[in-house]
Design a protein around this ligand. Structure first.
Ligand SMILES: Nc1ncnc2c1ncn2[C@@H]1O[C@H](COP(=O)(O)OP(=O)(O)OP(=O)(O)O)[C@@H](O)[C@H]1O
Ligand SMILES: O=C(O)C1=C[C@@H](O)[C@@H](O)[C@H](O)C1
Ligand SMILES: [Mg+2]
Length: 169
């Protein structure tokens, strides 16, 4: 028997970690923690942190937010780049880690006005693809299971994940 919780969502920006994570938590009747939201509540909006303090400061806040979130019996959705921190990679080992993926074509309509500092300006989709490609080996190495979110409604994807998670716990 594998313990189901914490159940962690990782994956590229706009893959659906926040939206689907919230639905999965609701279906399992457990708390939901979105580490981007925790960081923003503590330190202010993410674009402002990047602008005033730089990405390394954001990554340090993020590492702390993940470590704290992993202590609870919750569904935890990480920011797209959280897995870049080695402490976070160690933190995830042995837990239920769900990788959400999305194709470049499908993500294009999800990115407009998203408030993601790494995608600011022109060519957001190009930059999204370059970042996603670089990180994919890290995501894949950490993932217990992968679900693609490109072509189906988030409610159905959440149902599939809950079925999968219950079967293996
Ligand atoms: N399966 C889906 N079908 C259509 N739209 C989706 C789907 N999944 C997510 N979206 C939309 O994509 C956008 C981004 O989703 P979400 O915020 O959950 O991504 P994320 O993985 O948490 O991104 P980030 O890494 O930036 O936190 C939202 O507007 C959401 O409604
Ligand atoms: O993929 C990333 O590096 C990021 C994703 C978002 O969730 C936020 O954590 C932030 O915009 C950085
Ligand atoms: Mg999110």
């Amino acid at each position: 028997m594998k313990s189901l919780l914490p159940l962690v969502f990782i994956g590229p920006m706009a893959a659906g970690k926040s939206k689907i994570g919230r639905l999965v938590a609701r279906r399992l009747s457990v708390p939901f923690i979105d580490t981007d939201k925790v960081i923003a509540a503590k330190h202010g909006p993410i674009p402002a942190i990047f602008a005033a303090q730089g990405e390394p400061a954001f990554r340090a806040y993020e590492r702390d937010a993940v470590a704290e979130a992993m202590r609870g019996d919750a569904v935890v959705s990480l920011g797209g780049g959280a897995v870049l921190h080695p402490d976070t990679r160690l933190e995830l080992a042995g837990h239920t880690v769900v990788l959400l993926t999305v194709t470049r074509d499908a993500v294009a309509k999800r990115l407009a006005g998203s408030g993601r500092p790494l995608l600011d300006g022109d060519d957001a989709v190009e930059r999204w693809a370059a970042i996603a490609d670089t990180r994919m080996p890290i995501y894949e190495a950490l993932a217990t299971e992968t679900f693609d979110t490109s072509a189906r409604p988030i409610t159905q994807i959440a149902d599939d994940i809950v079925t999968w998670a219950r079967e293996r716990s």
